[in-house]
Ligand binder design. Structure first.
Ligand code: ADE
Length: 251
């Protein structure tokens, strides 16, 4: 069975899961540690990509070329763009787009030049499985994380969304930039800095990709404070719960 690449950008996004993983063999490639491990009967290659589109593309390429992964699953946090995408909600990507890619007037804005594509579809079956796991994980997080550690969020109201996630090499942290993104891409649910670049690499290689993001902030003037609090205290609980439910359901 080909391993699945399991990726997060930052250690904070995967800390709880790394703590649960059985002892793994680490190989260092391109300045990153790739942990080869079997969890719930599923061979995995777990790696922290680092932040940004280039880091994500390098990591995806190494996973495919050096570790022969049959699919990649990304888990991490994102800024909420849709009005209903609140801090503490989960978003499963059905499509991914690079919001800072603009070779106009030679090519339409957002289009990856010479491909005719701007929106890259994620793998339907893997994404369906992540939606199921995300719903179960919300319940797990509510039950296992004491309400005193909910950072004032109402996690009972947290929801799972599915749709467009956009990526770019910017941490979106002003009302102005957020508004411009929402105007240009009204159906975007969330913004982050990696997954659309991974989607382009996975498309080139014909490798299925799925991405799940927890909303850590609203990509506005408060984003930096919210983001840092969320990744320190909650983010990795979500990742560990989602991945645990997903792998147990596959076993
Ligand atoms: N990841 C989490 N929050 C983000 C934001 N506001 N902008 C870009 N990436 C993010």
């Amino acid at each position: 069975m080909a391993p699945i690449g399991l990726v997060a950008a930052m250690r904070e996004e995967l800390a709880a899961l790394l703590a649960e993983l059985p002892t793994a063999t680490a190989s260092r490639v391109g300045g990153r540690d790739f942990w080869t491990v079997s969890w719930h009967g599923q061979p995995l290659v777990v790696v922290l990509s680092g932040i940004g589109k280039v880091a994500a593309a390098t990591t995806a390429t190494a996973l495919i070329e050096r570790f022969g992964v049959g699919a990649i699953v990304f888990t991490g946090v994102a800024g909420g763009l849709a009005s209903g995408a609140r801090v503490g909600d989960l978003v499963v990507a059905r499509h991914l787009l690079q919001h800072d890619l603009d070779a106009s007037p030679l090519f339409p804005r957002f289009e990856v030049p010479l491909t005719g594509m701007s929106r890259f579809a994620t793998d339907a079956a893997l994404s369906d499985a992540l939606v199921q796991a995300a719903q179960a994980a919300l319940e797990t997080v509510r039950q296992t994380l004491p309400p005193t550690e909910w950072l004032g969020l109402d996690l009972h109201a947290a929801r799972v969304h599915e749709g467009l996630i956009v990526s770019g090499d910017r941490f979106v942290s002003t009302h102005r930039e957020r508004a411009a993104l929402v105007q240009a891409l009204p159906d975007a649910l969330a913004v982050e800095m990696e997954c659309a670049a991974m989607a382009q690499v996975c498309h080139d290689y014909g490798v299925p990709l799925a991405a799940l993001r927890t909303i850590s902030d609203q990509a506005d003037d408060q984003a930096t404070v919210d983001f840092l609090r969320f990744i320190r205290h909650i983010a990795s609980r979500y990742s560990a719960a989602v991945v645990g439910h997903w792998l147990r359901a596959r076993a």
